[in-house]
Design a protein around this ligand. Structure first.
Ligand code: PLP
Length: 438
């Protein structure tokens, strides 16, 4: 496929973007810094495919970083959005649809009695933390190393040296005093968590955790970890915020919580956060949880939280249409596509002698290269042969398959990945695995 006559190339668009926008992007990972090369400038997307400004089509395994479980531009979602837009873009007032979306979530996820809509996952976790602090009257927050909860100041914190010590800023511009309110512990390490609670327990407002970690590549919680974490936090009067911005409504109709709810490891977080799928590709996110806690939010309670665009009617329409369309068949398809692709990637890597591990959490998956040992935390993930990813990524891209541009991201499938899209991925794999081997 060649570029449309006279249309600018991706390289030209990137040059122009770099002059107008910091790094040429509005979110850093899009700049391809960890894989090198020129980002693709996308102009349209449909089903399992995205098309760039040069007219090249790619099988998409990014899915808008998660929301597009139905595939891009699903006609039911587009129609709902079009209808809503024709009735007005933003009211800044209550709408019946907001309540409908809240009720849909509450019907699926038992720990959510009440839900407050916001626009981004960052806002959802930031507000949940304020709420947890307001409810408990405590200041400290515990997070796990390698977990991502958006870019609010207190969450851009890195582990300090030694256990049970306060965190250091994880970004320029984060005051040390704010980072020092966060304690960072290794994931899947209950002993480390116990040590932190033993030392600071009566000052800890909440533990925030990805329900299953998928922002350092995919790292599942060990069996019983989420349940033990809730028990430990509650024993010390602290809350648990389970962040399902990425997993919510993607790994099952009731997210990761739903997968564990059916097992002996069932757990009940106090607060949960959602994003991505809940907006079906539009800016909707949410925090929800026990009524007693949620009612501490303004105007019922003293914890302030607000938003001009919160519950935006066009965005909410996309969320409702997506959740309603995502029936059991959609989740079966997501699981099947994920299994087919992850197995095929693994087979192709093995055929070229590339040591690797396949990481799964429901239909989310990623690959760890080399053999750094059992992958249960961020330290292990960092020990992998990460340089193998860039050649694999570029070989796939050249063959018309778009992967997440970093080894530390999950791969996302959609229910619209049909046999022909999957065949294109499988065709590209032998060459990509060879590139990773060299
Ligand atoms: N929490 C998790 C688990 C996420 O994966 C993300 C984004 O990837 C966020 C929070 C932040 O969401 P947003 O990018 O919408 O601010």
């Amino acid at each position: 496929m060649s570029a449309a006559q006279g249309a600018p190339t991706n390289a030209e668009l990137f040059l122009r973007a770099e002059a107008a926008i910091p790094g040429g992007v509005n979110s850093p990972v899009r700049a391809f810094r960890s894989v090198g090369g020129t980002p693709r400038f996308l102009v349209s997307a449909r089903g399992p495919y995205v098309t760039d400004a040069e007219g090249r089509e790619y099988v998409d395994l990014v899915a808008g970083w998660g929301p597009a479980i139905l595939g891009h531009a699903d006609p039911r979602v587009v129609e709902a959005v079009t209808d809503a837009a024709a009735r007005g873009l933003s009211f800044g007032s209550s709408t019946p649809a907001e309540t409908e979306l809240a009720e849909l979530v509450e019907a699926r996820i038992a720990p959510v009695d009440k839900l407050r809509l916001v626009s981004t996952g960052t806002e959802a976790t930031m507000s949940a933390i304020r709420l947890a602090r307001g409810f408990t009257g405590r200041d400290l927050l515990v997070k796990f190393s390698g977990h991502y909860h958006g870019h609010s100041d207190g969450l851009l914190a890195e582990a300090g040296s030694g256990l049970a010590t306060f965190a250091l800023p994880g970004s320029a511009g984060v005051p040390a005093g704010i980072a020092a309110l966060t304690l960072v512990v290794p994931y899947n390490d209950l002993d480390a968590l116990r040590a932190v609670f033993a030392e600071h327990g009566d000052r800890i407002a909440a533990v925030i955790t990805e329900a299953a970690a998928a922002n350092m590549g995919v790292v599942r919680p060990e069996p019983g970890f989420n349940r033990a974490l809730v028990e430990l936090a509650h024993a010390h009067g602290a809350l648990v915020i389970s962040d399902e911005v990425l997993t919510g409504f993607r790994v099952s109709a009731a997210g990761w919580w739903g997968l564990e709810a059916a097992t002996d490891d069932a757990y009940t977080p106090d607060l949960m956060t959602f994003g991505k799928v809940i907006g079906g590709g539009m800016p909707v996110a949410a925090l929800g949880g026990r009524a007693e806690i949620m009612d501490q939010l303004a105007p019922n309670g003293p914890v302030y939280q607000a938003g001009t665009l919160s519950g935006n009617p066009v965005a909410v329409a996309a969320g409702i249409a997506t959740l309603r369309a995502a029936d059991a068949a959609v989740y079966e398809r997501l699981d099947a596509v994920a299994a087919t692709i992850s197995t095929a990637v693994s087979d192709a890597l093995s055929a070229e002698g590339v040591a690797h591990r396949v990481q799964h959490a429901g239909n989310l998956f990623s690959f760890v290269f080399g053999d750094p040992g059992e992958v249960r935390d961020y330290a292990t993930v960092l020990r992998q042969e990460s340089w193998r990813y860039s050649p694999l990524f570029h070989a796939m891209l050249d063959a018309g398959v778009s992967l997440p541009p970093s080894v530390f991201e999950a791969w996302f499938v959609t229910a619209a990945h049909d046999d022909s899209a999957i065949a294109r991925v499988l065709d590209a794999l032998p060459g990509a695995a060879r590139a990773a081997a060299s």
